[in-house]
Design a protein around this ligand. Structure first.
Ligand SMILES: Cc1cc2nc3c(=O)[nH]c(=O)nc-3n(C[C@H](O)[C@H](O)[C@H](O)COP(=O)(O)OP(=O)(O)OC[C@H]3O[C@@H](n4cnc5c(N)ncnc54)[C@H](O)[C@@H]3O)c2cc1C
Length: 688
């Protein structure tokens, strides 16, 4: 892997980074054909790409629309810069906006998304939390007796999430000051992604759990074990040996050995997937992928001999399907795209965590005051590892006490009325109802967070905030297109607060945030409330304030939902798109239920599980969990190729054949046994 090795060598040597950035620039020549073409080199795309490329029987190409990120590497790598020198202003962000949201004062709400190698894992806030057992099992239950449904049981998914993780606890001093608790047995210890804690903290972080405990929300030591409720300082994807961000590129790309079977092309914007017209109309075979490296002036094409894997994220994956003619026929016809395969669920079932923040003045030093007021520690490496990570997942009992059942009843009563009115397909509506029903019956009234609370200590004005974020919205939106030009942005309509059940739950979350701010010892650090402010007290006033102030928690999901087709599903339990023989979706768009967590850990889980499924199919046996993990090299210099599983470790568990177990087979084997195409990317020098 020429690119990865070179980048690893270049860490800390910016000039080298910049020159090598051209290695995978549009000037780079790639092969005509690959076994697997992965669309999107983001969090999931690089994860599944790295795992597939571990097997030298496969040739793998990743096409990433964004830059490779090298010009911004220090900003990516430095945890605190996710607040203080955010990549939001750079080309590494898609800078999307939603359409005006009628129930949020018609605001167009900003939706940043990563546009670089590593995708959103390169620009995000580094929280590493996990969903709860109940919601993962609800996801599996929605699949009924579908082949492969067991891949998505809690036990399977938990193992997949752990496989990506390499956990290290904090120092004793930080653990004591921040009141951090953990249970090592709940964590993965050999995976490529470093999960740890910052090397710097503040007294108010330590007050978090105590304040929550004082109002009845217990400390959770098993939040990573499926018991997703209670207060904790979460892990963050920080490499504690050098205090840098650990993300899909540093974990799954940079350390890979150069086996000559893997290429990653940045600045390659995929415009559509092309299908073989002679293949069965209800089981179309993808034969190539078209992309542009020059903003549409020329369209290039690369052939696919096994599969296309769509990892363009919750916005990009449905968009690529739609621009390829796969989706709801009304959307395609309105956009002027020829229908290739009708699939009404594409882009539907979109769910996001809507959130708002109560803020207070404080006399205490915060991360924000240190940074913005030029505090002594501003450039200290340990300070720059600090990011906010105190969280609490609050369940319905904590929010509603004895009224949980009546709230559950009113949610259930709302479902028929607030089904989406943006589809002609009864399956999508049935899917909405199925998701909401199982959420209300199995998740809402159980021990799972329905609101997340987060301590914010990094505001630019020095305030301390507590965010409340709705975790299971009963308002579902959609991603669609209104143009035939694939370079035009898709339309994002999360449909926030359409169902009043969401207003009600978020209202209780905001009240809970206020209660935490009023609880000792945190309250001793806070002076006056700055937002929404003490004059806003009634429920009506608070809901009005939420409509004007709330925003995304950056967690859109479910827009290519894994569901039965007759529930508006897009992929089956093996991640294969309905109606297509050899296209899978592997990213945050797949879980059919908004999960009560930040989405990184679950997205690594989806991608690791996808690699298991795909390698299991092509090699006859699944990739054993214990043989395929490694970790970033400790010093952040991954040029030694250490860590992630080697081909030899895989080969020792593989039959090496293409024989397929039946439970995860693509629906047509056309082209699946094509010869392996080995290739060389022309040298870096050519492109400099
Ligand atoms: C600002 C922000 C903060 C967040 N904070 C956290 C957090 O603290 N903790 C957490 O767990 N989660 C967080 N999240 C959410 C989490 O990062 C994402 O849910 C997750 O990374 C999504 O992974 P993905 O692989 O689905 O998509 P992405 O990582 O977004 O990858 C999609 C990739 O596809 C590329 N792409 C899209 N369209 C095309 C195309 N047509 N052709 C080629 N390439 C294409 C994109 O450029 C991108 O690189 C945050 C997200 C954001 C945006």
């Amino acid at each position: 892997m020429r690119f990865a090795r070179s980048v690893g060598q270049a860490i800390g040597a910016n000039l080298a980074i910049i020159s090598l950035a051209h290695a995978l620039s549009p000037c780079t020549q790639i092969s005509d054909s690959y076994d697997f073409v992965i669309i999107g080199g983001g969090q999931a795309g690089l994860t599944v790409g790295g795992r597939l490329a571990e097997d030298t029987n496969h040739t793998v190409l990743v096409l990433e629309a964004g830059e490779n990120g090298d010009a911004y590497r220090e900003r990516i790598d430095t945890p605190a810069y996710s607040y203080f020198d955010s990549l939001w202003t750079t080309p590494l962000n898609w800078k999307y906006y939603t359409v005006p949201q009628p129930n949020a004062n018609d605001r167009e709400i900003y939706w940043p998304r990563g546009k670089t190698l590593g995708g959103s894992s390169a620009i995000n806030g580094l929280y590493m939390t996990r969903p709860g057992e109940l919601e993962i099992n609800a996801w599996k239950d929605l699949l009924g007796d579908m082949e492969g449904a067991d891949n998505w049981s809690w036990d399977s998914f938990y193992a997949a999430m752990k496989k990506s993780e390499n956990f290290t606890g904090s120092s004793d001093a930080i653990a004591e000051e921040a009141d951090i608790h953990w249970n090592t047995s709940n964590h993965g210890l050999e995976g490529p992604i470093q999960a740890s804690y910052p090397g710097y903290t503040f007294p108010q972080v330590g007050y978090w759990s105590q304040s929550l405990e004082s109002i009845g929300i217990a400390i959770s030591e098993n939040m990573y074990d499926g018991e997703n409720w209670g207060a904790e300082v979460s892990t963050s994807c920080i490499n504690p040996s050098n205090w840098t961000r650990s993300y899909s590129r540093t974990g799954y790309l940079d350390p890979l050995p150069d086996n000559g079977n893997y290429d990653v092309l940045a600045n390659a914007y995929v415009t559509r997937i092309v299908f073989d017209n002679s293949s069965s109309a209800d089981n179309l075979t993808a034969t190539s992928v078209e992309y542009t490296t020059d903003n549409g002036t020329t369209i290039s094409s690369v052939n696919v001999t096994k599969e296309v894997i769509l990892s363009a994220g919750s916005v990009g994956s449905p968009a690529v399907l739609l621009y390829s003619g796969v989706g709801p026929k009304d959307v395609l016809s309105d956009a002027g795209i020829d229908l290739v395969s009708e699939l009404p669920g594409v882009g539907q079932h979109l769910q996001d965590h809507f959130s708002a923040t109560v803020t207070w003045d404080t006399d205490s030093e915060t991360a924000g005051t240190i940074y913005y007021d030029d505090g002594a520690d501003k450039d200290n490496e340990l300070f720059l590892s600090y990011i906010d990570s105190a969280v609490a997942y609050v369940n319905s009992t904590a929010l509603y006490g004895g009224n949980v059942s009546s709230m559950e009843s009113s949610i259930l009563a709302s479902i028929d009325q607030y089904a989406p009115n943006t589809t002609y397909d009864s399956g999508v509506i049935a899917g909405y109802k199925a998701i909401c029903n199982i959420t209300a019956k199995n998740i809402f009234n159980g021990p799972t967070g329905i609101i997340e609370l987060l301590l914010m200590n990094s505001d630019s004005n020095g305030d301390i905030g507590i965010t409340a974020a709705l975790q299971h919205p009963y308002s579902h939106g959609r991603i669609y297109i209104n143009s035939s030009n694939p370079l035009d942005y898709p339309v994002i309509d999360p449909n926030y607060l359409y169902n009043p059940a969401d207003d009600e739950v978020l209202l209780q979350g905001i009240k809970m945030a206020r209660s935490v701010g009023g609880a000792s010892p945190l309250s001793n650090n806070l002076t006056s409330e700055t937002a929404p402010g003490s004059s806003i007290q009634s429920d009506d006033d608070l809901i009005s304030w939420i409509r004007g102030a709330a925003s995304t928690e950056f967690h859109p999901s479910s827009s290519c939902a894994m569901l039965p087709k007759d529930l508006g599903g897009v992929v089956d339990a093996n991640l294969l798109v309905y109606g297509l023989a050899n296209v899978r979706v592997v990213d945050a768009s797949v879980p059919p239920i908004a999960l009560s967590t930040h989405l990184m850990a679950s997205t690594y889980g989806v991608a690791e599980q996808a690699a298991n499924i795909i390698r299991g199919f092509y090699n006859g046996v699944p990739l054993a969990t214990s043989t395929a993990s490694g970790s970033e090299s400790d010093d952040g210099d991954s040029s030694d190729g250490s860590s992630t599983a080697t081909n030899s470790s895989h080969k020792s568990t593989s039959t090496g054949s293409d024989s397929a177990p039946s439970n995860n087979a693509p629906k047509d084997k056309t082209g699946l046994l094509s010869s392996i195409c080995m290739f060389l990317v022309l040298g870096f020098g050519l492109s400099m």
